[in-house]
Design a protein around this ligand. Sequence first.
Ligand SMILES: Cc1ncc(COP(=O)(O)O)c(C=O)c1O
Length: 405
Amino acid sequence: MENTSAWLERARRVQLGNYAPAPIVLERGEGCRVVDVDGRSYLDLSGGIAVLSVGHAHPVLAQAIAAQASELIHVSNLFYNARAIEFAEALTARTGFSRAFFCNSGTEANEAMLKLARRYHHERGEAGRVEIVSTERSFHGRTYGALTITGQPKYHEGMGPLLGGVRTVPYGDLDAMRAVVGKSTAAVIVEPLQAEGGLVVPPPGYLAGLRELCDQSGALLLFDEVQTGYGRLGSFLASELFGVRPDACSLAKGIAGGFPLGAMLVSEKASAALPPGSHASTFGGNPLACAAALAVLRIFDDEGLVERSRTLGATLAQKLDAIVAEGSLPVIERRGLGLLQGLRLHDSIDPAATFRRLIDEGLLVSLAGGDVIRLSPPLVVSESELDEGLHILRRVLADAPRKSA
Ligand SMILES: Cc1ncc(COP(=O)(O)O)c(C=O)c1O
């Protein structure tokens, strides 16, 4: 069996250099544990960056995928398939949205929302309403539409020209929104909690204010729930937590437990905006992905994962607050909600080196916003696993690598 360095050598020869993965090669997992090719075990509180909602190798999910794979994997959207119908029924029943469109990723679900918004106004005879307003520090994906509305210039570097008709204003600032939203606005798109931007919780009343503004101006309100969706914040959708209903939302990441699947949920008002032929995705909604998603929903119900995220999230918040309050570790504040929380590192600390040190100590996390240690564990995580992770975090932070002068 090959060891880590042999695999790394092979990877570096053939894989494109667009990622900079940590130098470990993961081979198998169970729940919140993963094991690398050298047999070393890690506690995974990153959960594949909020993807592994039901943990690694959940037997119900694994069995559902295997069973569906031996029956029917793909049929194309020239035909119906029962799993996609069942999954659309389940999602609409749970969320109150009217209709679902399926694709393969978060960026694709956001592209669908952008097209939905422009086409919605076009169908209503307002073809001039094309502008999309997004927010600074947002992250919506890497395809051109989603990239353009992503409010982080570093991702735009060298990629221009980007999509036209996009404006970006500071997140959390209703006045800034009011200044740009008007008759030419097709839609306002926000994350109900900015995830990649550093786990930024919206100020009270912000999302409700956006709802009001969109209602007044006739623009659609779109929520990107790719990272917050399905229980992550302690409610099924984040929009429920904030009591604000958008006209459409995007989902991906955890909805099929790691199997690639994206979704756009649409309210009745906008449900006719994409007529036949106006949008499509070859793999979108195939029986295999939808069987995985249905299994994930069953696991959510059987194991009470939304409730679990709410209660464990509250516990985690207390524990992280205690770390900040102690004042002896180089952290500035707690960020986030539910099982999407983290600690913002002091300016003097090197986040990337800290991330690597945590891996050396057997803990997998991720960074958000450059300086936030993000915990986005599988929702099946136990309190003792969280405690174990926080113990490692404390130990590493006590002697955290500093930035070189
Ligand atoms: C809020 C949000 N939207 C969209 C995306 C893009 O999703 P994907 O990488 O599946 O295209 C991400 C990924 O991190 C995300 O966090």
